[in-house]
Design a protein around this ligand. Structure first.
Ligand code: C2E
Ligand code: MG
Ligand code: MG
Ligand code: MG
Length: 288
């Protein structure tokens, strides 16, 4: 009986190995194809930005939006979770990231042309970008060339930046001197959340959506969410909760003075749709 089980395990192992190998080959192939298309994506005009609005949880006023990169090429629509890591590994994230920042700056002006007030936009920055020697100069150049008030730009960085803590710290203070705001994305799921905010004045914490999702059913997670929000308050840091999907979650969060972003309000949308959202907030403000 034991022999038979061993025989089965061996057979299985072999099959798994072959299957695994085949799967790995397919993944490598897809990666290489994506990489070759990614090299031409900017010149082929294949990128666009979708914006996901952010709201004051209590007043429902729209307070800003996050720029999320979209790529539509001959292969179809490739999600950022798939192509951003390839862009990071190949260094293509440098020109791509500059493209996103510049486009976001141009879009800010469109709000003024529509007669709307200044509009704050958040742009995701990869650690690889942050650690590039001339990154701060490039950000300064783009903001100046596009004539955008630095206060309107928030750069979202992730905790992985802090694997390179000393350099990241200096770069972040330089960025803050330019006047841009700094947000810590996916806060709470990295290694070093607390040591990071200990020494750097971060303007905003974006609490990772996993804390929200589990907090309705799990008391411990709720306590953590509550504590993270209090930390943000005590440090005088704006707190945004990511991935709000239900009215119930909005209800729970309205106990706090926080901001929110998520499908319950809106998915990431094209710029002209965003105008409509913002007009509502704007008109509400005028009518008071
Ligand atoms: P992120 O910065 O944490 O952005 C939030 C992601 O959560 C977005 O996915 C957004 O569509 C999604 N999301 C928003 N609300 C909800 C919700 O209620 N439920 C759920 N399940 N998801 C929600 P997206 O657009 O696919 O982007 C994925 C990640 O790719 C981003 O995560 C960001 O890390 C990266 N990314 C996107 N654009 C850029 C970019 O221009 N530059 C860099 N470096 N990274 C980018
Ligand atoms: Mg983000
Ligand atoms: Mg991010
Ligand atoms: Mg996030």
């Amino acid at each position: 009986k034991a022999d038979f089980a061993m025989f089965l395990a061996k057979e299985n192992g072999k099959n798994n190995y072959e299957f695994y190998n085949e799967e790995l080959n397919q993944q490598l192939k897809r990666r290489m194809i994506i990489e070759s298309y990614l090299h031409k994506a900017i010149e082929n005009n294949e990128f666009s930005i979708h914006y996901q609005p952010q709201f004051n949880i209590r007043s429902f006023d729209m307070t800003g939006a996050e720029a999320l990169l979209r790529w539509d090429c001959e292969l179809g629509k490739i999600p950022p979770d798939e192509f951003i890591s390839i862009a990071e590994e190949t260094g293509l994230i440098i020109p791509i990231g500059e493209w996103v920042l510049r486009q976001a700056c141009k879009d800010i002006h469109q709000f003024k042309e529509h007669g709307l007030k200044a509009f704050p936009i958040s742009v995701n920055i990869s650690t690889r970008q942050l650690m590039t020697p001339n990154f701060i100069e490039r950000v300064r150049a783009i903001i100046t060339e596009e004539k955008v008030d630095a206060k309107l730009i928030t750069l979202e960085i992730t905790e992985s930046a802090f694997l390179y803590y000393e350099d990241a710290k200096d770069n972040i203070s330089e960025l803050k001197k330019l006047g841009v705001r700094i947000s810590l994305d996916d806060f709470g799921i990295g290694y070093s959340s607390l040591s990071m905010i200990r020494n750097i004045e971060i303007d905003e914490l974006k609490i990772d959506r996993s804390f929200l999702h589990d907090s309705i059913t799990n008391e411990r997670v709720y306590s953590l969410l509550d504590t993270i929000i209090q930390i943000g308050k005590k440090l005088d840091t704006k707190v945004i909760v990511e991935g709000i999907e239900t009215e119930e979650q909005i209800g729970m969060l309205s106990n706090y003075h926080v901001y929110g972003q998520g499908y319950v309000y809106s998915k990431p949308i094209a710029l002209d749709q965003l105008f409509k959202w913002y007009k509502r907030t704007f008109e509400k403000a005028k009518s008071i």
